[in-house]
Design a protein around this ligand. Structure first.
Ligand SMILES: NC(=O)c1ccc[n+]([C@@H]2O[C@H](COP(=O)([O-])OP(=O)(O)OC[C@H]3O[C@@H](n4cnc5c(N)ncnc54)[C@H](OP(=O)(O)O)[C@@H]3O)[C@@H](O)[C@H]2O)c1
Length: 307
């Protein structure tokens, strides 16, 4: 059995990933402010910015692998508190990467497709980055910190959707919740991305660990669509009314953080090195729907104390 520590275990990725690891291996999840109840795996609360992860977790739990999902992942929050975003998204990953290297523990850092400015698209891992928002800048600086501290680390640039603790964290949930309530909503036609379903992302991250990969990888879906098309595909799969989705341009919206328009990434390096076919967004939407039908969305929400 492999012993994993997953940070951000109350978040969209960290919670789904920890549940998936728990099916076969041992996992300790680290959460910060979100109260959780009834989890099948062990959980510990810790503020990674102010508390000692090395003494508090690495020395006591002695994991084989640390998967670092914790971040300030909300773009608007990062604009409003850039110092906290810098501490959380840049300083903390470098510190943990260094501690893991010293102890011979595998470190996996979760980064973002938003390190690119989205002017061209179909980016490979070798393409130059140009992050636009505070979030993207602090995440890119976090990648550099991890690379400088630990050359054996995996850095996974991701974009994903799924069922979350609050029921509102992911873009997929945004579309389902509003369409079920018959609320008219907007879908961006000028933002293209490669959304991967969170359980597919978890499978791929664990396969990367087993294959002992290192360096930067694009871990997104193997095909792309606009956010508007993504919403319509979800509506169609769930039998909901996609005419409620109003096609609009993000360039005409009043969001605080600047968005990259074409965030399509190439997954060729990942599929070659893992000898695997990477799922498409439609594969993901299909699994997202199957999980909804089997009650998984509600099961996840039941872990929240606030539900
Ligand atoms: N969602 C996406 O589509 C997307 C796209 C690209 C990249 N990413 C990256 O993927 C990773 C996971 O994102 P997500 O969507 O799962 O995030 P999320 O749902 O917003 O969860 C963030 C997690 O980080 C924890 N956290 C924040 N500050 C912390 C601190 N000081 N100490 C300890 N824990 C702290 C939170 O804990 P509490 O809630 O308990 O406070 C929460 O568990 C992040 O690195 C993000 O940048 C996400």
């Amino acid at each position: 059995m492999t012993r994993y520590v997953v940070t951000g275990a109350s978040g969209l990725l960290g919670l789904n990933l920890s549940l998936q690891i728990f099916a076969n291996d041992e996992v300790l999840g680290i959460a910060n402010t979100s109260p959780l109840k009834g989890l099948p795996f062990e959980i510990q609360e810790m503020d990674l910015v102010s508390e000692n992860f090395e003494e508090g977790i690495l020395e006591t739990y002695k994991p084989d692998v640390v998967i670092h999902c914790a971040a300030i992942a909300n773009l608007e929050d990062c604009e409003k508190n850039s110092e906290l975003a810098h501490q959380t998204n840049t300083i903390v990953p470098g510190k943990i990467a260094n501690q893991c290297r010293k102890r011979g523990m595998k470190f996996v850092h979760i980064s973002t497709d938003a390190v690119f400015d989205g002017k061209s698209g179909n980016y490979s891992e070798d393409d130059p980055t140009n992050p636009l928002s505070v979030y993207a800048k602090t995440k890119r600086a976090g990648e550099e910190n991890v690379q400088n501290q630990n050359s054996d680390a995996i850095i996974a640039r991701v974009n994903f959707f799924g069922w979350s603790l609050s029921g509102t964290r992911s873009l997929g949930e945004f579309f389902v919740n509003n369409l079920l309530s018959k609320n008219p909503i907007n879908g961006f036609v000028d933002v293209n991305f490669c959304p991967l379903y969170v359980s597919h992302l978890s499978d791929l991250l664990l396969a990367m660990v087993r294959a002992d990969l290192s360096g930067i990888y694009h871990v997104v879906s193997s095909d792309h669509m606009s956010k508007y098309e993504f919403g319509c595909a979800i509506a169609d799969k769930f039998g909901l009314d996609h005419t409620l989705i109003n096609p609009i341009f993000v360039t005409k919206s009043n969001l605080l953080a600047e968005r990259s328009l074409n965030l399509t990434l190439s997954t060729e390096k990942l599929s070659t090195d893992l000898h695997l076919t990477i799922p498409t967004p439609l594969d993901g939407i299909s699994q997202f729907y199957k999980d909804y039908q089997r009650g998984y969305a509600q099961n996840i929400r039941n872990y929240s104390v606030e539900d």
